[in-house]
Design a protein around this ligand. Sequence first.
Ligand code: SF4
Length: 55
Amino acid sequence: MATCNECRQFFQMDENPDKGDCVRRVVDPRQAYYKAKPVDAEREAGDCPDFQKKS
Ligand code: SF4
């Protein structure tokens, strides 16, 4: 199963590689913006609809 650290939208913390931020670009009809939230690197990504595998 994939984890967040395999996702293109995961940005690892320098101080703690087990943690990072999930930063997603959200586009709605009026604007585009970024949404960030802290996640664990090993978080299960299988249930995440926004998972994008790193190329
Ligand atoms: S929560 Fe989803 S979109 Fe965010 S880093 Fe994890 S898999 Fe990617």
